[in-house]
Design a protein around this ligand. Structure first.
Ligand code: WT7
Length: 657
C-alpha cells in the first residue's frame, strides 16, 4: 500500500463532515430511497436503470451468471450510438450543443446533436466503405479532438469494437496493442497541439506498422495541425475526404446486449498490458445511470466537463458514453492546463459556464501548488458539483477543491472505479451522502463492495484489508481479450471460495462503515492517475543494451501521487562517470518503449539489488531508499551488506521534466 501507517491514522481521524446543500438535495436526480430500492432486489433495480436506454428488442433475462463470466440483459438488442445521438435528435434536441470543443491554440468548434449525428453517420459509412464489418477491431490513436468521439461512436454504430490507444503512448505500445487486438484499421491524425506547438502522431503509426506484419489494411488520417507527414498510397486515407463522399444518413443495426463495444488496454502486474473487454447493454446501462446519479446531470441546463483524455477509461465512460447517452452538453479541451497560461481551465469554466467538473487529484494538487490566486481571477460561480477520480484524494486537496474551486458551496464526489469496472462503483450521491474529505464513502445503489482480510472475511468497522466486489455488476469487464485464463487468474482467484472480484486495492472501513481507498496492493503504480506496472518499466529498462538488471518502485510524490523510481545495475559494471548521460538515455529509452508517462522520475545506478534468499527483490527496502526513509527490517536479505552498498552510491543523478 502506498500510504504509510502514519498518514493512514491521520486520515481516519478526519473529523470534517460536509452535508449536501439543502437546495441540491431538493432537486437531486437521485434520493436516499434508491439505496433501499436497490437492496430490495438488485436485478430489478438494474433492469429499471436499463430502461433509461432505447432498446430495439427486449431482454429475456437480466443476468446470467456463470462465475466468473456474466451476461447482462440476455437477448436484448440496442445500438450504443443511437442511444448517444439519434434518439436525442429524434426527441427534438437536435439543436442542443453536444460538444463545445476548445483546441489548445484557442480554435473552437460547437457541435450540436444534429451535427454529431451527421458526422457519426458519415463516419460509419466511411468505415463500411473501407471494409470494416461488424466484429472487426479498429484502433483509434487521436488527440483530444471531436473526431475521436465521432470515430468511437461510428465504430459502436456498426458493431466494430474500438481500441483507443492514448496519444501519449509510443509506437511500440501502439504496435503491441494493434497486434493483440488484430486491428484492421487505425484512425489517427497528423498531430495535435501540445504545450503551444504542433506535436506529431502519424509518424508513430507509420513506425508501429513498420515493426512487423499486422492485420491493418488502412490508416484513416484526420488533418488537425497541417504538419508534413509521410503518406502510404493505397493504405492511407484522409478522414475529411472519406467522410465527404458519404451519405449523411446511416441506418444503425441493432446489436446484441453482449456484443463487444470496446477493448481498452491497461497495465497489470506483469509486463503485458491486458485488453479489457466491455460489451454494449450492461456497460451503457451503468455508465448512463451513474452519470445521471453521481453527476446529477440536468440535460437542459448543465454544462459538463470531464477533463480526462479519451485514451483512458474515464474518457470512454464519462466524456463519451455516459454523458452523451444522457444528452449532456460536454466541454472537450485538447491541451494542457498551463497553455498558454496557468488559468486556462478556469478561463474555460467561466467561458462555457461549466456547472459540473470531473478531474483527477493530481491536477488538483498541481493547481494548489500554482496558488489559489489563479482560480480567484476567474468567475467560477457556474460550478455546482465537483468530481474526483483516478487515485486517492488527500483530504487537503479535497478541501482546497471544494473551497477554492467550488466556492465552499459545491458537493465533492470522490469516485472509485477501474478500467475493469467500466463505471463508477463507490461514490457519494451528491444530494444524499454526508461526505468526508478523502473518503469515497460507500458503494452506489446496486453495487456490492466490501473490505476483507486475507481469508476473505469482511473486516469490522475500523478495520483494513482488501477491497472486493461481492456481486456481478452490469458494466463489469467481460474478460481479457483473448485470454480467459488470465481473466480468471487475475481477478477471481484471490478469494475463490467467496467468489469475490479482487480489485487490487487496499481499503479501510471507518467507524461509520465508510470506505477509504489506500492505493494498490500489487505491483501496479499510480502515476498522475495512470496505471503503470513496475514490471512493464523494468522490462523496458532491461531491453536497453547497457542494463543488466532493473527494479522499479512507486515512491510517494506530492504532485503525481506516486512517482517512478528505478534502480539499475549496468552491464559489465559500467560506472557513474557516464552516469548522468546514461540516466538521461535510459529515461528516454523508457519513453520510447512505453511513452513519456512511464519515464522514471529518478534512476539510480547501483552495484546490487536487495534480494531475499529465494531471489525475490525486496521492493520495500528500495521504496525506503526512494522515499528517503530509515531502512526497514533487512534481516531476510540474502546479503545484508547490499543496502550499505546501494546507499553509499546515493544520491545519484536525477532528472526532471
Ligand atoms: C485504479 C484504477 C477509474 C478511472 C481512472 C483510473 C485507483 C481510481 C480512485 C479513487 C482511490 C482510485 C485505484 C484503482 N483509483 N479511482 N477515487 N480513490 N483510488 O482507472 O487506470 O483502471 O485505475 O485507480 O487504485 O484500482 P484505472
Amino acid at each position: 500500500m502506498t500510504d504509510s501507517s502514519e498518514t493512514l491514522s491521520n486520515l481516519l481521524h478526519e473529523q470534517r463532515r460536509f452535508e449536501p446543500p439543502r437546495d441540491f438535495t431538493a432537486s437531486a436526480n437521485v434520493g436516499a430511497a434508491t439505496y433501499e430500492q436497490s437492496e430490495a432486489d438488485r436485478l430489478v433495480f438494474w433492469a429499471e436503470q436499463a430502461q433509461r436506454l432505447q432498446w430495439e428488442s427486449p431482454w429475456s433475462e437480466v443476468l446470467q451468471w456463470r462465475p466468473p463470466f456474466a451476461k447482462w440483459f440476455v437477448g436484448g438488442t440496442l445500438n450504443a450510438s443511437v442511444n448517444c445521438v439519434d434518439r436525442h435528435v429524434a426527441a427534438g434536441h437536435g439543436e442542443q450543443v453536444a460538444i463545445h470543443f476548445e483546441g489548445e491554440p484557442g480554435d473552437t468548434r460547437t457541435i450540436t446533436y444534429a451535427e454529431l449525428l451527421e458526422q457519426v453517420c458519415r463516419a460509419a459509412n466511411a468505415l463500411t466503405e473501407l471494409g470494416i464489418e461488424k466484429g472487426d477491431r479498429v484502433a483509434i490513436y487521436l488527440p483530444m479532438i471531436p473526431e475521436a468521439v465521432v470515430a468511437m461512436l461510428a465504430c459502436a454504430r456498426i458493431g466494430a469494437p474500438h481500441s483507443v490507444v492514448f496519444g501519449g503512448f509510443s509506437s511500440q505500445a501502439l504496435y503491441d496493442r494493434i497486434v493483440d487486438a488484430e486491428a484492421k484499421l487505425v484512425i489517427t491524425s497528423d498531430g495535435g497541439y501540445r504545450r503551444g506547438a504542433p506535436s506529431a502522431l502519424k509518424p508513430a503509426v507509420d513506425e508501429a506498422l513498420a515493426k512487423g506484419r499486422t492485420t491493418v489494411e488502412h490508416v484513416l488520417v484526420v488533418v488537425r495541425t497541417g504538419q508534413e507527414i509521410d503518406w502510404v498510397d493505397g493504405r492511407d486515407v484522409r478522414w475529411a475526404e472519406a467522410l465527404e463522399r458519404q451519405p449523411a444518413k446511416h441506418e444503425a443495426p441493432a446489436h446484441d446486449a453482449e456484443h463487444p463495444l470496446y477493448i481498452l488496454y491497461t497495465s497489470g502486474t506483469t509486463g503485458k498490458p491486458k485488453g479489457i473487454l466491455h460489451t454494449t447493454g450492461g456497460y451503457l446501462t451503468q455508465v448512463s445511470y451513474t452519470h445521471h446519479a453521481v453527476f446529477d446531470l440536468k440535460p437542459d441546463s448543465d454544462v459538463y466537463w470531464c477533463a480526462a483524455d479519451i485514451g483512458w477509461v474515464t474518457g470512454h465512460s464519462y466524456i463519451v458514453y455516459g454523458p452523451l447517452s444522457n444528452r449532456a452538453t460536454v466541454v472537450m479541451y485538447e491541451g494542457t492546463p498551463d497553455t498558454p497560461h496557468r488559468g486556462r481551465w478556469w478561463e474555460l469554466i467561466a467561458k462555457y459556464r461549466v456547472s459540473i467538473l470531473y478531474c483527477a487529484p493530481t491536477a488538483i494538487r498541481t493547481f494548489m501548488k500554482w496558488g489559489s490566486d489563479i482560480p480567484a481571477q476567474h468567475d467560477l460561480s457556474s460550478l455546482r458539483l465537483l468530481g474526483s477520480v483516478g487515485e486517492p484524494i488527500n483530504p487537503e486537496a479535497w478541501i482546497w477543491y471544494r473551497k477554492v474551486i467550488g466556492g465552499d458551496r459545491t458537493p465533492v464526489v470522490d469516485t472509485w472505479w477501474q478500467t475493469e469496472t467500466g463505471a463508477i462503483m463507490i461514490s457519494p450521491l451528491p444530494g444524499v451522502t454526508s461526505t468526508k474529505p478523502g473518503s469515497a464513502t460507500r458503494p452506489l445503489p446496486g453495487i456490492g463492495a466490501d473490505v476483507v482480510d486475507n481469508e476473505g472475511r469482511p473486516v469490522p468497522n475500523g478495520g483494513g484489508g482488501f477491497l472486493v466486489l461481492t456481486e456481478p455488476w452490469p458494466s463489469m469487464l467481460r474478460g481479457i481479450w483473448g485470454d480467459d485464463a488470465r481473466y480468471t487468474e487475475t481477478y477471481w482467484s484471490r478469494f475463490p471460495e467467496q467468489g469475490y472480484y479482487f480489485a487490487g486495492d487496499g481499503a479501510k472501513k471507518d467507524e461509520d462503515g465508510d470506505l477509504w481507498l489506500l492505493g494498490r496492493v500489487d505491483d501496479v503504480m499510480n502515476v498522475s492517475g495512470h496505471r503503470i506496472s513496475t514490471t512493464e518499466v523494468e522490462s523496458a529498462l532491461v531491453s536497453h543494451p547497457r542494463v543488466a538488471e532493473a527494479a522499479v518502485v512507486g515512491a510517494t510524490d506530492p504532485t503525481t501521487g506516486q512517482a517512478i523510481v528505478a534502480f539499475v545495475i549496468l552491464r559489465g559494471g559500467g560506472d557513474s562517470d557516464e552516469g548522468e548521460l546514461l540516466v538521461r538515455q535510459l529515461r528516454d529509452h523508457v519513453a520510447t518503449e512505453i511513452g513519456p508517462i512511464a519515464k522514471p522520475r529518478q534512476i539510480m545506478l547501483v552495484p546490487e539489488l536487495p534480494k531475499t534468499r529465494s531471489g525475490k527483490i525486496m521492493r520495500r527496502l528500495l521504496r525506503d531508499v526512494a522515499e528517503n526513509r530509515q531502512l526497514g527490517d533487512v534481516t531476510t536479505l540474502a546479503d545484508s551488506s547490499v543496502m550499505d552498498l546501494i546507499q553509499a552510491k546515493l544520491p545519484t543523478a536525477a532528472a526532471e521534466d
